[in-house]
Design a protein around this ligand. Structure first.
Ligand code: 3PG
Ligand code: MG
Length: 416
């Protein structure tokens, strides 16, 4: 594989796929530009080499062309500011030939949202799967996608994929385009390399003991991850709303706590699997229960399997905090996905904060800690501890699929 560090971009036109799918408020102000900042090492390397930079991304899930709400124009100023140069803008990603041709060494161009074209995702629009004409429409779309991809590829001499957040999508710009470049002229960007290395440390190069902390409200959405991890970890901490499906399956009473009634058997199966594999499965012992899902609810601490009617578990209790923390601080590899309580409400963020603190302590003692997947990133940011752990992933769905053990198309396209 070509290493970006060894590539000289001077006078080369580089097509860089990034994931600038950042959250914006109702006035299109970016509320968290982590993903933009995370791509800067790659973009700056190309500029400082004297390359000609073509930046491409999606934003949101637009279903028409154009869809002004999803325009990348809204983030142009931020990208320019972070990159330290005035970035140009092509308001149609398929009609940027002239702008690309006029790029000078060290200049940058941002293409409008790739997903304005259905071809980026390769799924026909405005027709349902049930429609008898769907198969033909899909076939036609695959052909159109080739033409779309060819145009993007024609802009550049080399292709860089730095869009880890979108690596689980087999789209024109994330995967298919790689075929248009030979091995010497396609590569991961720095962010992608870091993400891939972090995943590798928890999937393959594991220093033991390895502890995974999985939160989340449902067992069903995390089942593939749990099943993949159970053959790798020494300790598996399952927390969050799914706790109560386990407690109920074991015969406990859980009041009005979250519960997937149709997953009780699955919960028992997971417990059996852990036992068979010698995995230390750690569940909550006590909970902070509330009589309402709100900041001013009445609360008390009870055993997690003895919750009265009218009460629901919204955080872990002190015994559990101690049990979880003891396991975490003695670990050498840690993966955290999903908080253990309703951390958005301060009153129920105590358990998640304790987990974060334990991870920081373990990291200080030499452990490798990876935090990722949606809520856990918001959680670690809320506590201001993101720079105290080994790595915080920019991937939501992509990270989850990677730890399910799936091959991500964006990675495979470069690695071969
Ligand atoms: C994300 O934020 O999940 C990525 O940018 C991918 O977006 P998608 O889920 O709409 O494909
Ligand atoms: Mg997603």
């Amino acid at each position: 594989m070509t290493n970006i560090d060894n590539y000289n971009f001077a006078e080369k036109k580089a097509f860089v796929r990034v994931d600038f799918n950042v959250p914006v408020d109702e006035n299109f102000n970016i509320t968290d530009d982590t993903r933009i900042r995370a791509a800067m090492p790659t973009l700056k390397k190309i500029i400082s080499d004297g390359g000609r930079l073509i930046i491409a991304s999606h934003m949101g899930r637009p279903k028409k062309n154009p869809d002004p709400k999803c325009s990348l124009k809204h983030i142009l100023a931020n990208v320019s500011k972070n990159l330290g140069i005035e970035v140009k803008f092509a308001d149609d990603c398929q009609k940027a030939q002239e702008m690309v041709a006029s790029l000078k060494d060290g200049e940058a161009l941002l293409l409008e949202n790739l997903r304005f074209y259905a071809e980026e995702e390769g799924k026909p629009r405005g027709i349902e799967k049930e429609d008898p004409a769907y198969d033909a429409a899909k076939k036609a779309m695959k052909e159109a996608q080739k033409a779309f991809t060819k145009v993007l590829a024609s802009y550049a001499d080399c292709y860089v994929n730095d869009a880890f957040g979108t690596a689980h999508r087999k789209h024109a710009s994330t995967a298919i385009i790689a075929d248009y470049f030979d091995a010497e002229n396609k590569m991961f960007g720095y962010l992608m390399s870091k993400e891939v290395a972090a995943v590798d440390k928890v999937m393959n190069n594991i220093v033991r003991p390895f502890t995974a902390i999985m939160g989340g409200s449902k067992v069903s959405t995390k089942i593939d991850i749990i099943e993949n991890l159970i053959s790798k970890v020494d300790n598996l901490i399952l927390c969050g709303g799914m706790t109560y499906t386990f407690k109920k399956a074991m015969g406990g009473t859980i009041g009005k706590s979250l519960c997937e009634e149709d997953k009780l058997d699955l919960a028992l199966e997971i417990m059996q699997q852990a036992k068979d594999k010698g995995v230390n499965l750690v569940l909550a012992q006590d909970s902070v229960v509330a009589d309402d899902f709100s900041a001013d609810a009445n609360t008390m601490i009870v055993d997690s399997d003895k919750i009265d009617d009218g009460w629901e578990g919204l955080d872990i209790g002190p015994k559990t905090i101690k049990a979880f923390s003891d396991v975490i601080v003695n670990s050498k590899t840690i993966l955290w996905n999903g908080p253990c309580g309703v951390f958005e409400i301060d009153k129920f963020a105590v358990g998640s904060k304790a987990i974060a603190d334990a991870i920081v302590e373990a990291t200080n003692n030499g452990a490798f800690s990876l935090i990722g997947g949606g809520d856990s990133v918001a959680c670690i940011n809320k506590f201001g501890l993101a720079d105290k752990v080994s790595y915080v992933s920019t991937g939501g769905g992509a990270l989850l699929e990677a730890i399910e053990g799936k091959v991500l198309p964006g990675i495979a396209a470069i690695k071969g």
